[in-house]
Design a protein around this ligand. Structure first.
Ligand code: WTA
Length: 661
């Protein structure tokens, strides 16, 4: 079968290996189907049972689901709990107490082990330090930290005192940070002087200073700085304090503050269809249930497992499957500060061997780049390391193409390890459509079937079900415990974005296109149907990048951004730009393109830099002035224009825009 064909039609089926079925929590499809039936028969009873079995409540809930103000659903809303207690205190007095919680490997390969008991003490001490700084339940705290144990400690400590954290990925710019501090009304920023990535010391604190310096951060009182490296950084007297200063003399016990199940555990900003990122607000009870439950269901986590999720704590995957899930499940997890290609592109495989990782969870983009690296350099191919400890593999963040799936299966999983292609989103809190290792026969490139209780479907614009075999919009027809609760400060946007009137106002619209296989009924995600791009598994809004470009007011008159397929990054950003000066060509065009790329990196972050920039005297518009984006998408792909261009105001522009720099 040629590569092209195998992308379109995938007939290979991989039944779960006997070793994965043996002793699995959900063993075999009948066990999965029984759970689905239970959820259909008694939806609330099913979730109440899960919540009682998986979460420790300081005050048991009596109400499971409150739909009276849909789509503002409430779960377990008269119950109380603490998320940190559910990750740490729950293990006290059990064999987990002295088990390693985190095996931390630094960028330069130094390893530190932290037991559950140690972690509880460190989180408690830090929680006391936060309280001493006047931070209270309900306050918002921005965390702008490298991948370090301290990053997880900061998140857990916020949770412990009921403060709502908002982690900002360390690759985001000062401007992005400034907007998030203001939007969240944050009282504190927790950061580090520097972060170590690929042998380089990159500033964090200096970016925080720059972000605060942009103004508007009126609620902010404190900046706490972890000294990751010995290098000094600027400290503002009265506002900034080092971890050492605030931790000094703090006891390592701190009673966890019980909060209502609906209390916002965190806000995480993500890109949507407009220029402004949205603060996705998650609950405490439903979210924590999901973090724990999916560790059990999707990874079938067992006492001896060594779990490794490579995601940064700045993304939702690093929240659910680094900071909360593995701890709630009492697992030992590897946490890695560095990047997969330093000091060589075999680093992941080397670390799997070294730490005897059993469950490995990463992104297709990482897999694709490591495939490429091992094609040019035999020495970094996984075959050079002993990966026999692995039993389950996972993939997240974007569709995994069958070629990458097969490579992962053969070369990393040695044809023994099932691959969990987990579909989910910042908004879903955790996995929603995913195979189960001991049950689901796998098809490369398919995230297979919804978890029990997830009523996923594919519909048309009017909400009508679409028959299997045809594509449509992915929706979830009933609420689920870990769903987004609202957009911070913008409930109307929440309602409009996710529960549109056209679908009845109660159906969750994921924003992805999908198709169910006619034979297997498996789901395959076909990509975003809105103006959101997925570049190396990172979500970016086209409008967000357009706003960044046009904010360079001395140069840019107009900009339109589209995505195009890219073998390595999944999608690549392509920007079409009209300047306030004559259209540049040759060297001048190249120079301006570089200037614009750097500008976008400063406005949003380096991940948002357009790969292609094309200049035109204008953009292709209809006579009513609407930019014809589908034409731009074709041009970006390098396709011949076959669409009808008769409605176009200025057809000659297409030729200009097709010109590569
Ligand atoms: C995409 C990341 C195909 C999808 C957890 C979704 C996927 C967006 C998969 C959410 C998958 C995530 N197969 N596509 N297994 N997982 N996506 O919010 O387009 O960063 O809407 O959450 O990633 O990205 P987010």
């Amino acid at each position: 079968m040629s590569a092209i064909e195998s992308v379109l039609v995938e007939n290979r089926v991989f039944p779960p290996p006997p070793a994965a079925v043996d002793g699995a929590r959900i063993a075999g499809m009948p066990a999965y189907e029984a759970l689905c039936k239970e959820a259909e028969r008694d939806f609330e009873g099913f979730w109440a049972r899960q919540a009682r079995e998986n979460v420790q409540w300081t005050r048991p809930f009596t109400r499971t689901l409150d739909e009276s103000n849909a789509p503002f659903y409430k779960w377990f809303d008269d119950g109380e709990l603490n998320a940190s207690a559910n990750c740490l205190d729950r293990h006290v007095g059990t064999p987990v107490e002295n088990k390693t919680a985190i095996v931390f490997e630094s960028d330069d390969g130094q390893v530190t082990n932290v037991t559950y008991k140690d972690l509880l003490a460190r989180v408690s001490r830090f929680a006391n330090a936060l309280k001493a700084q006047g931070i209270r339940k309900g306050d918002r705290v921005i965390i702008y930290m490298p991948m370090t144990v301290e990053g997880v400690v900061a998140m857990q400590a916020c949770a412990r005192i009921g403060a709502t954290h908002s982690v900002v990925f360390g690759g985001f710019s000062a401007k992005a940070l400034n907007e998030r501090i203001i939007d969240a009304g944050a009282v504190a920023v927790i950061t580090a002087n520097y972060q170590m990535r690929g042998g380089k010391e990159l500033p964090l604190k200096a970016i925080v200073d720059e972000g605060i310096g942009m103004g508007g951060c009126d609620t902010l009182k404190t900046v706490l700085v972890f000294m990751r490296t010995p290098t000094r950084c600027e400290m503002v007297a009265g506002r900034d304090k080092t971890f050492d200063e605030v931790l000094k003399g703090q006891p390592d016990q701190c009673a966890p503050v019980p909060v209502n199940a609906e209390h916002p555990l965190f806000i995480l900003y993500t890109s949507g269809s407009t220029g402004k990122p949205k603060g996705v607000q998650h609950s405490t009870g439903g979210y924590l249930l999901w973090a724990k439950l999916t560790m059990d269901w999707t990874f079938d986590i067992r006492p001896k497992d060594v779990f490794w999720c490579t995601a940064d704590i700045g993304w939702i995957t690093g929240h659910t499957y680094v900071a909360y899930g593995p701890l709630a499940a009492g697992a030992t997890q590897v946490m890695f500060e560095g990047i997969p290609t330093f000091p060589h592109a075999g680093r992941f495989w080397q670390m799997i061997e070294k730490h005897k990782v059993t469950v490995f969870y990463t992104a297709p983009t990482a897999i694709r780049s490591l495939i490429k690296a091992s094609e040019t350099d035999e020495k970094v191919h996984p075959k050079n390391w002993d990966l026999s400890s692995l039993r389950i593999l996972g993939s997240v963040g974007e569709p995994i193409n069958p070629e990458a799936w097969m490579w992962y299966h053969r070369n990393v999983g040695n044809e023994r390890c099932p691959i969990m292609d987990t579909f989910w989103q910042t908004e879903t809190g955790g996995h929603v459509i995913t195979p189960l290792p001991g049950a689901t026969p796998l098809v490369p490139g398919s995230c297979t079937l919804p978890l029990p209780g997830i009523m996923a479907a594919i519909v048309d614009e009017t909400g009508k079900d679409i028959p299997n075999g045809s594509g449509g919009m992915l929706v979830i027809k009933r609420p689920w415990p870990s769903m987004i609760r609202t957009i911070w400060g913008d409930p109307e946007r929440f309602r409009k974005s996710y529960f549109p009137e056209e679908l009845g106002g109660k159906t969750y619209l994921a924003g992805d296109g999908a198709v169910r296989d006619a034979k297997t009924t498996y789901f395959r995600i076909t990509g975003r149907i809105d103006d959101v791009l997925n570049v190396s598994g990172h979500r970016l809004g086209t409008m967000e990048i357009e706003s960044a470009l046009v904010s360079k007011t001395d140069l840019v008159a107009e900009a339109a951004v589209v995505g195009r397929p890219d073998d390595l990054t999944g999608e690549a950003i392509c920007a079409f730009v009209v300047l306030k000066r004559p259209r540049p060509t040759g060297e001048e065009a190249k120079q301006i393109a570089t200037e614009l790329r750097n500008w976008v990196a400063k406005e949003i972050g380096p991940i948002a830099k357009p790969k292609d920039i094309r200049f035109g005297d204008n953009l292709p518009k209809t006579r009513s002035g609407k930019i014809m984006r589908r034409l731009l998408r074709s041009i970006a792909k390098g396709e011949a224009i076959t669409q009808d261009t008769s409605t176009l105001e200025n057809p000659a522009i297409l030729e200009q825009l097709a010109e590569r720099l």
